[in-house]
Write a protein that binds this ligand. Structure first.
Ligand code: ZN
Length: 281
C-alpha cells in the first residue's frame, strides 16, 4: 500500500502552453457542480449504453441504461475490483431532461411532495442528466428504483471502500444534507475523477464544498499536488473570464491532463504525472 500525499506547491514547469477556452466549456467536465442553484447547462457528452456484462435492474423504468463513457469504464473496473459483478446492479444512469420530468411527476403523484423533495432532484438539477451519476443496488431479483438497497456488507461494502480510488464519491451523505439539499443516498455515486474523489473523501468535502476548496489553488500561484507514492497529480483553478479564458496547459507531447469546468465560475486543470496510473484518467 503506497502512501497518499497531498501538499501545496509552486507551479511546475509542465504547464506552459496557453489555450483559449470558450465560456461554454464551463458547463462540462467531470467536476461540474450540479444542484438546484447550478442546473445542467449543456447536453451530456459521450453517452454510451451499459453493456450486457453489467447487471441492470430497471428494465421497466429505464430500459437500456446509459452512462458517460469514462464513468462507465471506471464503474466497470470498480465492479470487477469489488467482486460485485453478480451482486450489484446498475439501477439508474443518464436521464434526459424529459425523463427526469416524468420521474419527478410520477414520484409526486405516487410518493407525495415530502418524499419527492428529499430523494428526487428537480428537472435540470439532477446529476443524472450529466451521465456522470449512477445509482447502484444490491441485486436480489428486485431493486427499488428510487431508493435501492446498498448496504455496508459484502461486495457493496467493498464497492464503497474502493469507489474513490476509481474516481467515484458518494454524492449525498447524511452529514451534508444542509449543503446538498438532498437526503442521504448511499446508492448514488458521482464520477468526479481521481484524485479528486480521494481528496473529497479524505477532507470530508461534498462537491458544493470542494468546488470552493479548489479556488485556493489559483493557477500560477499555489498549486495542489495529490496522489499515491511518487505519482502526484498537479491541480489548479483558473477563474473564467467574460469571453474566452486563457488556460495554461502542459505543452509536452505525451503529457496527460484533464480540464473540467465547475459549472459555476472557473476551470480546474489536473495534470497527471507521466508515470501515473492509466486507469485513473
Ligand atoms: Zn441517483
Amino acid at each position: 500500500m503506497t502512501a497518499w500525499t497531498m501538499r501545496r506547491g509552486k507551479p511546475s514547469a509542465r504547464a506552459s502552453a496557453v489555450v483559449q477556452m470558450r465560456r461554454d466549456r464551463l458547463y462540462d467536465g467531470e467536476l461540474i457542480l450540479v444542484n438546484k442553484d447550478h442546473p445542467v447547462r449543456r447536453p451530456a457528452q459521450q453517452i454510451v449504453p451499459v453493456p450486457d456484462g453489467i447487471l441492470q435492474a430497471s428494465r421497466r423504468e429505464e430500459p437500456g441504461i446509459l452512462l458517460e463513457r469514462t464513468c462507465l469504464a471506471l464503474l466497470s473496473a470498480l465492479l470487477e475490483a469489488c467482486g460485485g459483478r453478480t451482486s450489484i446492479a446498475v439501477v439508474s444512469g443518464y436521464r434526459s431532461r424529459a425523463a427526469q420530468e416524468r420521474l419527478y411527476a410520477t414520484s409526486l403523484r405516487e410518493n407525495g411532495a415530502d418524499f419527492t423533495a428529499k430523494y428526487v432532484a428537480l428537472p435540470g438539477a439532477s446529476e443524472h442528466e450529466t451521465g456522470l451519476a449512477v445509482d447502484v443496488g444490491l441485486y436480489e431479483g428486485n431493486v427499488d428504483y428510487i431508493r435501492p438497497a446498498f448496504p455496508d456488507r459484502g461486495a457493496c461494502g467493498v464497492f464503497k471502500r474502493l469507489a474513490a480510488k476509481y474516481g467515484f464519491v458518494q454524492r449525498y451523505r447524511a452529514d451534508k444534507t444542509d449543503r446538498t439539499g438532498i437526503a442521504c443516498e448511499p446508492w448514488h455515486f458521482r464520477y468526479v475523477g481521481y484524485p479528486h474523489s480521494v481528496i473529497m473523501e479524505r477532507e470530508g468535502l461534498c462537491l458544493e464544498e470542494y468546488t470552493e476548496f479548489l479556488k485556493q489553488y489559483a493557477c500560477g500561484e499555489t498549486h495542489l499536488y495529490a496522489g499515491e507514492g511518487a505519482s502526484l497529480a498537479e491541480i489548479y483553478y483558473v477563474r473564467a473570464e467574460e469571453g474566452d479564458t486563457p488556460v495554461p496547459l502542459p505543452r509536452a507531447s505525451g503529457a496527460r491532463w484533464r480540464l473540467s469546468g465547475n459549472n459555476k465560475d472557473g476551470f480546474v486543470v489536473t495534470v497527471y504525472d507521466p508515470e501515473g496510473c492509466d486507469r485513473h484518467v
